[in-house]
Design a protein around this ligand. Sequence first.
Ligand code: THU
Length: 185
Amino acid sequence: MTTITLPAVEVEGTLLETDCGKLRVPGCSLRERTIQLDEQLVFELVAAARTAAESAYAPFSRFQVGAALVMQDDPGETIICGSNVENSSYGGTICAERAAIFNASGRGLRRIRLLVVSTTATLEERLSERSPCGLCRQVIREFADQQTLVICDSGEEDTLGDIFDIERLLPFGFQFPPLPSRLSD
Ligand code: THU
């Protein structure tokens, strides 16, 4: 096991008095935290995500993405993969991350332990070209908890890439409000 420390994040919020009325600029405060990474699992998931990217169906963008994950609630620690599948309608396209997560959910699995995303982009490119889109971040959040980690592959051999927990991946992600009790009557 490798122990790593995710540094604290402090973004100060404020309340502005504007001509449009009061306006909040939300702050964000994340504590430093220590996490454990299973090296063997990381290597296996990076390899699996890179292989999955090779199977991407991306005739329109030519941008191939692969995702590989292991779920916390899977005692068998099955590696589940997905790659992007594009569609002539464009809107019918699904990203690699969601393909993998929906596959896991279809097996009754609900909590992501570690998800690795791999694209053809390397460290030369911006992180935004190697990291999950907004829609995928929200879907990851649905199946994530405090333990969930996401790694964006660097595409290099000597650098793993970028690592996130869910709060760092999607601050202020949407959370469904509790249903009013009358609906459960
Ligand atoms: N894509 C993914 O598979 N995952 C993402 O998080 C971002 C984008 C795919 C969708 C599309 O097939 C191609 O990359 C270009 O957007």
